[in-house]
Unconditional design. Sequence first.
Lengths: 144, 144
Amino acid sequence: MDQKNSFELTDFLPYLLNQAAEVTSRDFEPYYKKKYGMLRTEWRVLFHLGQYGTLTAKDICQRARIHKTKVSRAVHALEQKRYLSREQLPDDRRHEKLDLTRSGQRVFKDLETEAQNFDRQMMTSFTEEEYQMFRSLLARVAKL
Amino acid sequence: MDQKNSFELTDFLPYLLNQAAEVTSRDFEPYYKKKYGMLRTEWRVLFHLGQYGTLTAKDICQRARIHKTKVSRAVHALEQKRYLSREQLPDDRRHEKLDLTRSGQRVFKDLETEAQNFDRQMMTSFTEEEYQMFRSLLARVAKL
DNA sequence: ATGTACTAGTTGCTTTTGTAACTAACAAGC
DNA sequence: GCTTGTTAGTTACAAAAGCAACTAGTACAT
């Protein structure tokens, strides 16, 4: 009687996702933090700019789903580190084109390589099929 | 020439995991926040106690991988809300047995049900096979 | 018994995040 | 022109998280 409760905490997807995200994020953190003194949000903004080229802050908010205040602060920080430059658009002076500087690009290249290695390392514990499926499931959940 | 760069931001597992975790956590947040005024950490602590019964703060730290200061403050908050009680152990007065009160258990039961529904809802976008695989992959990554 | 080392948990202070109000720029109606 | 509404981005203040130092209790060697 009352065997309905087969539901376990570890069955709860948001919980599992958080734990998994936490573990991997923590593992990767040293690469951008210790080496370049960047915060997670800064790293994410840098990565978006490196990957997709010129963007406005708004673009980054939407693509990365980061709140505009966080982006604003990250952009400021990256600017101070001379990793990015801003340029106002003459046709609409509210927007600013954001671009990585040379040194920002160097940092991006380096971290991109590290990220790739990190991913490859993680892959070794999956079969190719598992890896593909995992990515597609995550993308679906993340509504990407 | 130089076609090595097929690596995309969205291939990066920590990034994908974070996005997915963020989306689902945000979706579930209202259940414990609006209804019971709990913080995410409090909800996690409550859930652990509800699921596994009596635990010490240390136990929770290890199981949930939450830092002890966060647990300490969450326990304090839950105590104030009368959702849990502490009892010092006579054999080692450093430890405290933590238990949900009756009202804490009611809250747990309610949220557990909501969590179960939430999970079931998410499942509808997966096949049974995908769901099982997803969970096992996440558990592996989270080192659970 | 007492000095050293360790453990559970808390507290104070700093850093980071979240929220909401703000500035500056544009756009459209009148 | 000038009012009303909207958008990009910033800033000020409040909430939460992180870190390091602390208290209190235990263990164990001398």
